[in-house]
Design a binder for this molecule. Sequence first.
Ligand code: SF4
Length: 293
Amino acid sequence: MSVVSLATMTAKDPRKATFTLNRLHKSLRADVGRAIGDFNMIQEGDLVMVCLSGGKDSYTLLDLLLSLQKHAPIDFRIKAVNLDQKQPGFPEHVLPAYLESIGVDYHILEQDTYSVVVDKTEPGKTYCGLCSRLRRGSLYSYAERIGATKIALGHHRNDLLETLFLNMFFGGKLKAMPPKLLSDDGRHVVIRPLAYCKESDIAKYARLKGFPIIPCNLCGSQENMQRKEIKAMLNDWERLHPGRLDVMFKSLLNVVPSHLGDTSLFDFQALEQRRAVRQAPPQFERIDVTELT
Ligand code: SF4
């Protein structure tokens, strides 16, 4: 459903909009609950630092985690954190106003990574690579400072699939974006509770909830063109063959190393020995039939 038709629906038929919102809330919450359970993402006593960018995904993540927290059989705390990277035109009042309105514990981390990125990036190149690295560094350090035991990011099912194809097409690796990850230095556990959620559901939900979205093009950088191409390719496949993304996503959870070619994951060298064991002929005692007569 397009944004326009959703807006029209909200204006024309508020009851239908409420029904759709409740339905989406229920199914997205179920998806998040399932991902948390499948990957043991949150445990008793955790302090979950939810990284908020001001986009639809991170607002939805925070909203659903707060909702789950109320009914969860375990106790865990949530702290929302936004990194204000000092991009020109960043509306710094928007997130604090929203977070105060919902009464969540939050912190706005201020760090001028924007100037560093502009200064260090060669002309004609996009800022995103360095920008993401600096953002990750700042957020991880802050998580350590406050003793956060989990860092929650708003990546969803489509992000995971896009990353799979990006790595396959441009990196020569069969590697996606995991729902749960130990950081390279081994000090942080990163979780992606939206891993099972469809981007289209999140977009509808965010629209109906009226989250105060902050546009992500303030930095003036070009969106990553390769990711844009992959997204368009996947969306085309889904349009032509509805349900294809569902099936493709299932494949990420159902890997058969013996039918790939990575020798570190499967011992192809030992196949002959296995065959020998399985195909050894049954041992019969020889009987001379002439002795039976
Ligand atoms: S779009 Fe802008 S803010 Fe986002 S990662 Fe790229 S450079 Fe950073």
